[in-house]
Design a protein around this ligand. Structure first.
Ligand code: MSP
Length: 678
C-alpha cells in the first residue's frame, strides 16, 4: 500500500484556536480522507508548538507555569478537532516530550558535526509574537508580519550557516517545481533566496522555556528549529532511534501551511534537514489567509470567529454545522488565495448550494423513487445508461484531478454542474407526467430519468465525502447503498452503471433544511457574542489569578480597512485613466537614503529599462523584504528629485490607517516585467 504523509503546522497554544487555525486542519482532513479513499496508507500529523518566549509570557500572564499552561491549552486544540470531526490524526507536542527533545538535540549535533553551527555575538530585533528575527540591526523596527514593535536582543548565540545552502536551495527549487506550491509562492521564495541568505541565530540565551542546547545549559534551541523538527518526531523519529513508522512515512508528502510561515518551511527547513543528512519533504503548500470581512482577525478588534458557535447554530436548526462550515470555506475561496469570512456569506452559500442545490435534488429524487418506482432504483435501457455515463464523465475524470491539485473549489464546481444537469433533466422530462403515461416509452423515460439522477447523487456522494463527510454518509444511506461511503475506492467505483437497479432506497429526510436568513444571522451573532462574553469572563478570572501581568509589546495590528474619512475622488473618463501608464516591475535592489528616514531608493526592472524610484516606505518595509517583489509603478510620472536623489516614477501602494501605512500593490500570479495595467 502506498503511503501519504501530510502535516498541518503545529499551532501555538497561547490562545484558543479560531476559524483561521481550523482552516489548515480542515483542509488537511479533506486531503487525508481523499487519499485514504484512493487507497493510501495515510499519516496525518497535527499538534502544538509549545516552547518560546511568547508561550512563556502568556503563561506568566495567566499566573501559571509554562508547563501547566500549555498542557491545558493543548486540550483546546484536541477538543476543537473533535468538534470538527477531524479524522484519524496523530498529535505531537513539543514541550515535556523526551522523544521530541532527543530528536531536536540529535539534529543540532549532526549539523554541528557537519560544520554548519558556530557561536557568535547576535544583536538584532526579534518579534516575540511571530517568534521571528526581524532585523539584524539594533534600530527600532516593526515586525513585517504582525506589525508589532520588534524587541532588541543582544546576546551570544549559536548560528546556523544558512548562507552555505543558497545555491543548493535554488537548484532544488529548479529541479522540483512542486516543492513549493502554488507557483506564485515558489516565485516569492526564489526571489527571497536570490536576494542573498544570511546566517541565522538558532539559540536563545535569556530564555528558559525551550529545549536545552546540547552541551550548553545557558542556551535553549530557537523555537522554529524545535517546531519544524516535530514533523520528524511526530512519526517516531528520536535521532538515532527511529520507528518503523518514520522509516515508512518520511519524507512528508505534503506540509500544508499558511502563507505567513512559508520562509521557515521552504528555506530554513530544507537547510536544517540537509545539515542533518535527512531527506526533504516533497511539497509545501502555502494557502492564503481567511480574513473577517476583509480584515485581519484579532482579539483586540473583537472580530475573531470561532467555529463552535457556528456549528451550534446550524445544528440547532437540524443542519450539519461542520459540513456547512467546510463547504463555505472550501467553495468560496479558491484554495491558495486569501478569503474573507462573513456570516452572510456562510448562510447564503448554505442555502443556495446545499439546501436548494444538493439537498433539493436529493429529496426530489428520493421522493419520486418512492412515489413512482416503489422505492427502488429502476432498471433503465442501455442507451440511457450510456447517456448517463457520458453525463458524469468529466466529473469522474476531473474530480480526482482537481483533488490531486488541491483545487477544492474546482471539485465542487464540477459536482454542482453535474447536479444542475440532473436538475434540468427532471425539469425537462417531468417524471410526474411520465408516470401517468400508459405508453412503454413514457415508462422507459421515467426509469431513465430517475436512474440518471440517482446515479448522479451516488457519484456526488463519493467525491463529496472528503469535503462534507457527514452529509455524504447520510445521503449514501438514503440512496440505499451498503457500507460506508468512506470505504468506497475513488477511481474504481466512480463509473456509471454501478448503482444496482432494484436497490431499495430510504425515506427522503432533509439533510440540508433551508434556513431563514435573518433568523439564522441573528442566532449566529448571538451565539458568537455569548461565546466571546464567556471567553472574556474566563480571561478576567485568569488575570485576577496572575496579579500584575508581565508587560509585552503593545500589538499594533495592521489596519486593512480603507480610511473611512477619505474624500470621494472625482469621476474620470476612461481616457483620463488611459493617461496613467501603470506597469508591473520587479524590485532589483532597495537601499536607505542617508538622512532620509522615510525614503528607500529602489531599482525597479520594468522590462524595457530599470527605473530608479524613491519610495516613502522605509518605516514599514525592510530593504531585503522588497528585493524580488513584484510591484506596480506609475511609469509616466514627471521625474523629480527627492532629498537630492533622482526618482523616475512612483510605486503604487494602499495607504492604511491614520499614519497612512503603505501596503504595496502586487500580483498573485506571475506577470512579466513591463506588463501594462489597464
Ligand atoms: N507555530 C507556528 C508553526 C510551526 S510549524 C512547524 C505557527 N503557529 S500559529 O498558531 O501562529 O499558526 C498556525 C497556522 O495557522 C499557520 O499556518 C497560519 O498561517 C494559520 N493561520 C492563522 N490564522 C489564520 C487565518 N486567519 N487564516 C488562515 N490561516 C491562518 O505559525
Amino acid at each position: 500500500m502506498e503511503k501519504f504523509y501530510l502535516t498541518t503546522p503545529i499551532y501555538y497554544p497561547n490562545a484558543r484556536p479560531h476559524v483561521g487555525s481550523a482552516y489548515t486542519t480542515i483542509v488537511c482532513d479533506v486531503v487525508a480522507r481523499y487519499k485514504r479513499m484512493c487507497g493510501y496508507d495515510v499519516a496525518f500529523l497535527t499538534g502544538t508548538d509549545e516552547h518560546g518566549e511568547k508561550l512563556e509570557r502568556a503563561a506568566a500572564e495567566a499566573g501559571e507555569s509554562p508547563g501547566e499552561f500549555v498542557a491545558e491549552k493543548r486540550e483546546l486544540f484536541k477538543s476543537l478537532w473533535q468538534t470538527l470531526g477531524i479524522s484519524e490524526y496523530r498529535f505531537v507536542h513539543t514541550s515535556q516530550n523526551p522523544a521530541h527533545r532527543s530528536a531536536v538535540q540529535w539534529m543540532i549535533g549532526r549539523a554541528d558535526k557537519a560544520g554548519y553551527i558556530d557561536k557568535r555575538k547576535y544583536e538584532g530585533r526579534y518579534c516575540v509574537f511571530d517568534e521571528m528575527y526581524v532585523s539584524d540591526g539594533s534600530d527600532p523596527v516593526n515586525c513585517p508580519n504582525c506589525g508589532r514593535p520588534a524587541e532588541l536582543i543582544s546576546e551570544e548565540n549559536y548560528f546556523f550557516r544558512l548562507s552555505a545552502f543558497e545555491d543548493r536551495l535554488l537548484k532544488h527549487y529548479e529541479d522540483h517545481p512542486e516543492f513549493v506550491l502554488p507557483d506564485f509562492r515558489m516565485n516569492e521564495v526564489k526571489s527571497f533566496v536570490r536576494s542573498g541568505l544570511r546566517d541565522i541565530s538558532i539559540s536563545r540565551r535569556r530564555l528558559k522555556w525551550g529545549i536545552p542546547w546540547p552541551g550548553d545549559d545557558e542556551q535553549v534551541v530557537y523555537v522554529w528549529y524545535d517546531a519544524l523538527t516535530s514533523y520528524l518526531s511526530g512519526i517516531g523519529f528520536e535521532g538515532e532511534k527511529r520507528s518503523k513508522d518514520f522509516e515508512k512515512f518520511w519524507p512528508a508528502d505534503l506540509h500544508m501551511i499558511g502563507k505567513d510561515i512559508l520562509r521557515f518551511h521552504a528555506v530554513y527547513w530544507p537547510a536544517f534537514l540537509w545539515a542533518a543528512g535527512l531527506e526533504l519533504p516533497k511539497t509545501i503548500f502555502a494557502h492564503g489567509w481567511i480574513y473577517y470581512d476583509q480584515d485581519k482577525m484579532s482579539k483586540s478588534k473583537g472580530n475573531v470567529v470561532y467555529p463552535e458557535p457556528i456549528i451550534k447554530a446550524f445544528e440547532e436548526s437540524g443542519a450539519p454545522g461542520n459540513d456547512a462550515l467546510r463547504y463555505y470555506l472550501l467553495r468560496d475561496t479558491p484554495f491558495g488565495l486569501d478569503g474573507s469570512f462573513s456570516y452572510e456569506g456562510l448562510i447564503q452559500r448554505y442555502n443556495s448550494d446545499l439546501a436548494n442545490g444538493l439537498g433539493n435534488l436529493a429529496s426530489r429524487t428520493l421522493a419520486m423513487l418512492q412515489q413512482f418506482c416503489d422505492g427502488a432504483i429502476p432498471l433503465p435501457d442501455n442507451a440511457t445508461r450510456d447517456e448517463a455515463a457520458s453525463d458524469a464523465s468529466s466529473v469522474v475524470v476531473g474530480g480526482p484531478q482537481a483533488f490531486d491539485s488541491l483545487d477544492f473549489s474546482l471539485v465542487l464546481t464540477g459536482l454542482w454542474m453535474l447536479m444542475s444537469r440532473a436538475d434540468k433533466l427532471i425539469v425537462n422530462k417531468k417524471p410526474w407526467e411520465l408516470a401517468k403515461s400508459a405508453l412503454p416509452a413514457g415508462q422507459e423515460s421515467l426509469k431513465g430519468t430517475l436512474y440518471r439522477t440517482t446515479e448522479t447523487l451516488r457519484i456526488a456522494c463519493i467525491l463529496l465525502y472528503p469535503l462534507l463527510p457527514s452529509a455524504a454518509e447520510r445521503l449514501w444511506k438514503q440512496l440505499g447503498e451498503h457500507g460506508r461511503v468512506e470505504d468506497e475506492v475513488i477511481d474504481s467505483r466512480l463509473h456509471f452503471r454501478q448503482i444496482e437497479p432494484g436497490t431499495v432506497v430510504g425515506k427522503p429526510e432533509p439533510i440540508f433544511p433551508r434556513l431563514d436568513r435573518r433568523a439564522m444571522l441573528h442566532r449566529l451573532r448571538e451565539l458568537a457574542d455569548q461565546d466571546r462574553a464567556q471567553e472574556e469572563k474566563a480571561a478576567k478570572g485568569v488575570s485576577a489569578k496572575a496579579g500584575s501581568p508581565i508587560p509585552g509589546p503593545e500589538p499594533q495590528i495592521p489596519n486593512r480597512e480603507p480610511l473611512a474619512s477619505s474624500p470621494e475622488p472625482p469621476k474620470i473618463t476612461i481616457d483620463d485613466f488611459a493617461k496613467v501608464d501603470l506597469r508591473a516591475g520587479t524590485v532589483l535592489s532597495a537601499e536607505p537614503i542617508p538622512g532620509a528616514t522615510k525614503l528607500l531608493k529602489l531599482q525597479v526592472d520594468i522590462g524595457a529599462e530599470v527605473r530608479q524610484i524613491c519610495a516613502g516606505i522605509a518605516e514599514y518595509y525592510q530593504p531585503e523584504q522588497l528585493v524580488g517583489m513584484k510591484v506596480v509603478i506609475v511609469a509616466n510620472l514627471q521625474p523629480r528629485k527627492l532629498r537630492g536623489v533622482d526618482s523616475n516614477g512612483m510605486v503604487v501602494a494602499a495607504s492604511l490607517g491614520e499614519d497612512g501605512k503603505p501596503v504595496l500593490a502586487t500580483f498573485l500570479e506571475d506577470v512579466p516585467n513591463g506588463a501594462r495595467l489597464k
